[in-house]
Design a protein around this ligand. Structure first.
Ligand code: UDP
Ligand code: MG
Length: 321
């Protein structure tokens, strides 16, 4: 009998302090899954860490045959690190988890239960965000509302990358090769049977968040430009509206000049009109530029990531099978 295969994919960037704490919790889950007849493995992806993460990973892999390791040639960012990891899962389902313990591995059985019920995309939805400042909560909340309104692809709010993808959902995801990868959107694009599992997101076990405000802002821009062209349309409407107002104002000036003559004045109005139009034009150009830049990036057709080292799990027939 061939067991169902589940690969837990974990992207890590400078997580040398977290991994040794996280791994025993993962290991306990692997054992439990094996008892349940599931052939479970872990794939750790080292996203070009500059600390001892790779050494820690190798140390862990030496002790357990169920661990596969992938090391990228440099830091490509979480989205690409996950892509690289998921690309290496050639059989069965995949479960994505953060390396810092914020997504509790103890919930894996719940995800697996839903998988067995036939769901394809089981995603964890945060009920509360602990250890995060109010600014991050407020902006995150706003972001999910904006993208929800703009994008035609369903992107569930407050959902991170903690999720289980069935083999067919994973296969679909592997076919999406775009460079600007907003994973939450890509998962949503894939579709199939989706279900949310509400969970309590723990604070980080060690180290600090790799996403500062600037990186999150860029991720938000990525999300909006990758999954919506609404800003382009907005620029069009803004242009139309300004043109209309400018036309009406022009008529008013002409009528006024015909009726009452034209004493030379109006420097303040002229300046404000010029500055306003200039501003509107620059905004519209900037919006177009955002899309153009992404188009340029895609057109280069570079590989998404480069692999430095790949160490598959050794043929997994766990000891107790
Ligand atoms: N991560 C990564 N590459 C990066 C940044 C982060 O692989 O360039 C990993 C990181 O090691 C962690 C996960 O992505 O496993 C989430 O990162 P983090 O905890 O810093 O983000 P937060 O939870 O604060 O959103
Ligand atoms: Mg985290």
């Amino acid at each position: 009998m061939t067991a169902e295969r589940l690969t837990i994919v974990i992207a890590a960037f400078n997580e040398a302090d977290s991994l040794p704490v996280l791994h025993p919790r993962i290991e306990a889950q692997l054992d439990a899954l094996a008892r349940d007849g599931i052939d479970a493995q872990v794939l750790y992806v080292d996203d070009g860490s500059r600390d001892a993460t790779w050494q820690v990973m190798q140390h862990l892999a030496a002790a357990d045959r169920r661990i596969a390791l992938l090391r990228l040639s440099r830091n490509f960012g979480k989205e690409l690190a996950l892509t690289a990891g998921l690309d290496r899962v050639d059989e069965g389902a995949a479960l994505i988890l953060d390396a810092d313990g914020q997504d509790p591995p103890e919930l894996i059985p719940q995800f697996v239960a839903k998988w067995r019920e036939g769901y394809d995309d089981i995603h964890g939805t945060r009920m509360e965000r602990e250890g995060e400042r109010w600014l991050k909560r407020v902006t995150a909340h706003a972001f999910y509302r904006v993208i929800g309104a703009l994008s035609k692809t369903p992107i569930p709010a407050d959902t991170g990358d903690f999720r289980l993808l069935s083999a067919r959902a994973l296969h679909a995801l592997q076919q999406l090769r775009e460079r600007h990868r907003f994973m939450k959107g890509l998962f949503g694009w894939v579709g199939y049977n989706r279900i949310a599992i509400p969970y309590h997101r723990d604070p980080r076990m060690a180290g600090s968040s790799k996403f500062n405000f600037w990186r999150l802002w860029n991720l938000a821009l990525e999300g909006i430009t990758s999954f919506s062209t609404a800003p382009l349309r907005l620029a069009t409407y803004l242009g139309l509206l300004t043109a209309l107002v400018a036309f009406l104002y022009g008529v008013a000036i002409i009528v006024k000049a015909l009726l009452w003559g034209d004493p030379v004045a109006g420097w303040p109005t002229m300046m404000s009109v010029i500055l306003f139009l200039g501003g509107v034009q620059l905004i519209a150009l900037g919006v177009i530029g955002e899309y153009l830049g992404r188009l340029y990036d895609e057109s280069k057709q570079r590989p998404l990531y480069l692999v430095d080292s790949w160490q598959p799990a050794s043929p997994a027939r766990p000891a107790h099978a």
